[in-house]
Design a protein around this ligand. Structure first.
Ligand SMILES: Nc1ncnc2c1ncn2[C@@H]1O[C@H](COP(=O)(O)OP(=O)(O)OP(=O)(O)O)[C@@H](O)[C@H]1O
Length: 574
């Protein structure tokens, strides 16, 4: 019926904006209350261009495209400025920021002269494309749902790509991602702009569907509604947007029909019951309705775009010659208030060498690691990597220069497959961006990135787990996964933070074998480790730290006999 078609059109338009919320909040972990304002920008641009009371372009040839183009441009321009201002905020400040500009834009629609104030702009002409009029809701339905399905296709493509992996790493993996060469701010901005663009297009469709715009549907309440839709549908899945929009809209309609019969016509019970139902649903299915549906579907494991055909390997950087100095550290000092965590530290690592830094708890090893990987900045001293002073570099820049690391506390994305986790390591070896990814024009590069990830996983002995969720691996395997991820970046220097912790005897042997192989290939390896048996049988030299200082350096057997070292570890006992 016409009524059902109207409902379907509403659901389609709302789902398009909710899809942006799924990407922005669900996938990238940035909560926004301001999406409705972007819908408003798209809708008002269309209305101002077309309505008889304003610029009066009417249904002239090309006017819908002009409205769409300008609406998108304006939405993206606003989003870019707002993104630059708000995306650097973290914690609660980001959602608060979105509330602030959501309210500002809403007020703007109501106060700017020429936008019709709170009564809005009426009498918009119907949509006409290629000479076909879409005045009838039944026809417009096709346009709306085609656009929505297109947006879902684009979003799915984007998420299943190099850029998408960077966006998916934003929730819970920002430190790891930037250490792998990902530009975290850019990934945030990409998700933000794509979500804003969907909202802008939804605004354009809204204007043609309603043929009337006023500020009310673009306020903070609507922003909260979109967030509800995303949450309710399933914040991590593109299909959740449709489920969420449909649930919210149909539930509202149903409550409006049913409640007056049950509770009488006095009082607004609808909002109260609606709120309660939302809370109940979220309690029962915290992952959203779509996740409840998904759990009943046959498990469709994401197989990524791993080609079975041989693909050319990614280009490699020119490695340093064996014996060439890779890292030279001198006078490195880091103070935390009165505590000197690293004092005048010095060390060097050459290509084809494994150096271990050992020392009792609190000796300053992690601090040293953070300084070397540029997560932290020294108060004094020099870090020279491949002849270049890297003090003050960002973790991303140093990763690009060829220094790759693992973490003391494993940092991976547990819901992503093993293969994709490792492919993040190769991020900086690819260059295809948002548009190529969204339109699936990145096939060759993506196949090469994934093939490289597979190659490194096979190299470290995790080849049979490619399509498993990373979180399902044992801790020891997760540590090995991190090494594969670091190798994917094609480094000259590997920094390994306690790589043998949590590994079983056999796994340690396999890890030692791998590190020997890497050393033979000319890789420089610096590792921090507590397991002395592992260290002593493997490394070329050992640096011992205590109270932030180097107390000994030498061959493993020399260091083992050093009285200062025995003192530090065993309190002087033989
Ligand atoms: N951000 C910080 N602020 C204040 N003090 C810190 C900070 N980071 C480290 N420290 C202090 O610096 C000293 C060295 O710590 P660090 O974590 O580098 O030692 P570690 O050798 O890695 O120890 P472990 O083997 O237990 O990991 C400790 O006394 C620690 O409390």
């Amino acid at each position: 019926s016409a009524y059902q078609m109207t409902l379907l059109n509403h659901i389609g338009i709302y789902a398009l904006t909710a899809l942006g919320v799924v990407l922005l909040t669900g996938v990238a972990g940035m909560t926004s209350f301001g999406q409705a304002a972007f819908v408003g920008l798209g809708a008002y641009t269309t209305a101002v261009l077309l309505a008889p009371s304003t610029l009066d372009l009417g249904a002239r040839v090309g006017s819908p495209w002009l409205a769409l183009g300008l609406g998108l441009l304006l939405t993206l321009a606003f989003a870019l400025v707002l993104g630059l201002l708000t995306l650097r905020l973290s914690g609660h400040y980001l959602p608060l920021g979105t509330i602030a500009w959501g309210i500002s834009l809403y007020s703007l629609f109501g106060t700017v002269e020429g936008l019709g104030g709170h009564t809005g702009i009426a009498d918009l002409p119907p949509l006409t494309l290629f000479g076909v009029s879409f005045a009838d809701t039944r026809r417009l339905y096709y346009v709306i749902w085609l656009v929505l399905l297109g947006a879902i296709w684009v979003t799915s493509n984007l998420l299943d790509s190099r850029t998408g992996r960077a966006i998916r790493a934003l929730k819970g993996g920002q430190e790891m991602a930037s250490s792998m060469g990902v530009n975290v701010f850019r990934a945030k901005m990409t998700a933000f702009l794509v979500a804003a663009a969907f909202a802008g297009v939804a605004g354009w469709l809204y204007a043609y569907n309603q043929r009337f715009v006023s500020p009310a549907p673009f306020g903070l309440n609507a922003g909260i509604d979109y967030l509800f839709m995303g949450l309710l549908g399933g914040i991590g899945s593109v299909w959740g947007a449709i489920v969420g929009a449909a649930s919210v809209i149909l539930l509202r309609e149903w409550l409006q029909d049913v409640l007056p019969h049950l509770l009488g016509r006095s009082g607004n019970f609808e909002s109260i019951v609606f709120g309660l139902l939302i809370v109940l649903v979220m309690q029962r299915w915290p992952g959203g309705l779509w996740s409840a549906v998904q759990a009943r579907l046959p498990r469709n494991r994401l197989r990524a775009r791993l080609s079975e055909q041989p693909v050319p390997e990614l280009p490699r950087r020119q490695p340093p010659r064996k014996g060439e100095r890779v890292l030279e550290v001198s006078g490195l000092t880091r103070r935390f208030g009165g505590l000197v965590a690293n004092k005048d530290m010095a060390l060097r690592v050459d290509a084809g060498e494994i150096l271990a830094v050992i020392g009792p708890n609190g000796a300053g090893k992690s601090t040293l690691f953070n300084l070397l990987s540029c997560v932290d900045t020294p108060n004094a001293g020099e870090i020279v990597f491949l002849g270049e002073r890297i003090n003050g570099y960002s973790p991303r820049k140093v990763a690009r220069a060829g220094l790759s690391r693992t973490f003391q506390h494993v940092k991976l994305l547990p819901r992503m497959t093993v293969l994709e986790n490792v492919a993040i390591g190769a991020h900086q070896r690819g260059h295809r961006g948002v548009f190529a990814s969204a339109l699936r024009l990145d096939g060759t590069e993506e196949a090469r990135l994934l093939a490289e990830a597979r190659r490194q996983l096979e190299r470290v002995g995790l080849g049979e787990y490619l399509h498993h969720e990373a979180g399902s691996l044992a801790l020891g395997q997760q540590r090995i996964l991190e090494i594969a991820r670091a190798l994917c970046a094609d480094p000259c220097l590997l920094l390994l933070d306690e790589p043998a912790a949590g590994l079983r005897h056999k796994e340690k042997q396999a890890l030692a074998e791998l590190l020997r192989k890497l050393r033979a290939e000319g890789m420089a390896v610096l590792l921090v480790e507590h397991d002395m048996d592992f260290v002593m049988g493997l490394v070329d030299r050992v640096v011992v730290m205590e109270f932030g200082q180097r107390i000994a350096e030498g061959l493993p057997e020399e260091v083992q006999r050093n009285p200062a070292v025995l003192e530090a570890y065993l309190g002087g006992a033989e």
